[in-house]
Design a protein around this ligand. Sequence first.
Ligand code: BDR
Ligand code: CA
Length: 310
Amino acid sequence: MSGGRIPILLDVDTGVDDAMAIALALRLDAVELVGVTTVAGNVTLEHTTENTRRVLAWLGAPEIPVARGMSRPLVRPLRTAAWVHGDTGLGGFAPPPSPVPLSPVTAPEFMVRTARERPGEVVFVCVGPLTNLAVALGLEPDLPRLVRRVVIMGGAFTVPGNVTPAAEFNVYVDPESAAAVARSALPITFIGLDVTHQVALLRTEWERLGAATDPAARLVRGVGQHSFARRGIDQMHLHDPLAVAVAACPNLVRTRATGVAIDTGLGARAGETMLVERPGLPTHDVALEVDAAAFGTLFRSALRLEVVAG
Ligand code: BDR
Ligand code: CA
């Protein structure tokens, strides 16, 4: 650990809320962001990687390594969510290109290398489809012993999904990877829709950010354009930022230790995440309650949203 900070590797499919998660990871004093890996999901890998690099540069951190990952799910064709995140994924926000080149290694290699270099120290925060993590597990079967924890934004355990009535987007896109990860001995905390649907940025707050000067607050204003101005929604859920916050402050959520099973079939329940107690199935922590007020304070203060929105 560096200066008592928690080393975090962030795996993203940037994406509007992924961009805010990157900003939060950079802004939290308790976090040392050691690298960002990219995966196809909300938009294509080309866009998620370019968006990630641009967001880091916009926030004054172009030197954070970015490793490009898997361009499609393990088995299924890629399904994106451009209707939520805009055509290129940043909701209409267009920061300038990064001057810093990509990492020469792939995302799964970067994950394995980082875990090996600092055994037992690094927390992986995975907020896209789990393809990179599944491949990393294949490359390094000892990964469960090498990471400190894996915080995953994914699943809908006791609530309906957001793509189908059964499935949450990240798991729906690559259920085979999610199932491989859930079957593993990785020490996982799942942050699903059960808790992320309780934390949101409101349209009224976003409207006031027109006067923002801080780069993180301007980023929030920029990435909100598609959702608030074009789609006309009233609130934007802060899925991925909550996962980053929990990596830094685990007490923000109350979890249940349980096995997790995932529907990898071709039917209507594909991508469903289920709480199951079965002998031999590894146990993970599934978040079922969140201190939404404490998270809101932490998020708004870190991204300097309250100065103009208060
Ligand atoms: C998840 O799906 C993506 O669209 C978001 O970035 C988030 O990671 C929420 O279901
Ligand atoms: Ca995401």
